[in-house]
Design a protein around this ligand. Structure first.
Ligand SMILES: O=C(O)CCC(=O)C(=O)O
Length: 307
């Protein structure tokens, strides 16, 4: 390959253009067939263990939009099946490009969507009444970005597809439910056709839903949800020590396991190895990283630098 002399970007220019215009990215072939088969097996076993287990309380129950589907939250506390996805490079590097490196994993989920003739989940934004009204301007880091891993394909319409309204991330949320359902942008609704091993990356404020699954196959998927370290996690208050113990240093940081953490550490992480750990394996001269790599001093609150 001929070198352009320009530093490698974490997010290709065409991907950035798609993200800005459509509000989501489909990353093709993140997992190969063998990886999909292995991960799907482990996810299905974790789902069965959960379904057949005590299911005490609601801590692990996510909104499915219907009674039949299964959505298990805070999966890392129940199973190690998603551990490798937490900072899987092709996805993690794009999350860093979009949100910056002061990241956490605010949620981990597995979702089983069974055959059904009607839509599984209504059109919505993530994050509830407060977050769903937040917007970003082009080029600014996002607060939350979700990676939805497809472990089975949705090869055509009516196969349990994720449905999106392209460009809706730039539309202020209508004030009423009726305004939302009748918004002219809804005419652009599109069912995403994906292969097993593909990943859809999207922010909280993309309007999205789940269509009917007229096949005989259960759609199996997994979610790794990233957010800014300073935002509270969605799936947990604190990850248990025995879970953090099995994680690599970066995955531990991503799950809030920051040594000598006092509450403000999540706002100004000061440990010398914080950024090197978060950025290990990424090209440090990538243009998206320049603001962070150059900005160490403003984060060193111990030296009395401005807070
Ligand atoms: O199951 C899906 O395709 C989408 C789930 C969803 O709406 C979400 O993760 O916010």
């Amino acid at each position: 390959m001929v070198s352009t002399g320009r530093p490698a970007r974490l997010l290709a220019a065409e991907e950035l253009a798609r993200w800005e215009e459509d509000g989501y990215l489909v990353l093709k072939g993140v997992l190969d067939r063998a990886e999909v088969r292995d991960l799907r097996g482990r996810v299905e076993r974790a789902a069965t263990d959960y379904r057949d287990g005590p299911r005490v309380g609601r801590a692990h129950e996510g909104a499915t939009g219907n009674r039949e589907d299964l959505r298990v939250k805070n999966v890392v506390s129940l199973s190690d099946c998603l551990d490798e996805l937490l900072d899987l490079d092709p996805v993690y590097r794009r999350a860093v490009a979009l949100a910056g490196p002061y990241l956490q994993v605010c949620g981990t989920e597995i979702i089983l969507r069974h055959p059904r003739p009607t839509p599984a989940l209504a059109m919505h934004l993530d994050g509830g009444a407060a977050l769903s009204r937040m917007m970003t301007v082009p080029g600014a880091p996002v607060s939350h970005v979700k990676a939805l891993y497809f472990l089975t394909a949705t090869p055509g319409p009516g196969t349990g597809n994720m449905t999106v309204v392209p460009g809706s991330h730039r539309i202020p949320l209508p004030r009423t439910g009726e305004g939302f359902s009748t918004h002219p942008a809804r005419a652009r609704e599109r069912e995403l056709v994906v292969d097993a091993g593909d990943v859809v990356l999207f922010p909280w404020n993309l309007w999205h839903s789940v269509g009917p699954n007229n096949t005989t196959t259960t759609r199996v998927s997994a979610v790794v949800w990233y957010s800014q370290l300073w935002a509270r996690p969605v799936d947990y208050a604190q990850i248990e020590a025995h879970v953090l113990d099995r994680m690599t240093p970066r995955r531990r940081l991503l799950l809030g396991g920051i040594a000598d953490a006092i509450p403000s550490t999540y706002y100004l992480p000061a440990a010398d190895d914080y950024l090197p750990t978060m950025l290990a394996g990424l090209p440090l001269d990538a243009p998206e990283l320049a603001p962070y790599v150059d900005d160490r001093d403003s984060h060193d609150w111990r030296d009395g630098a401005p807070a």
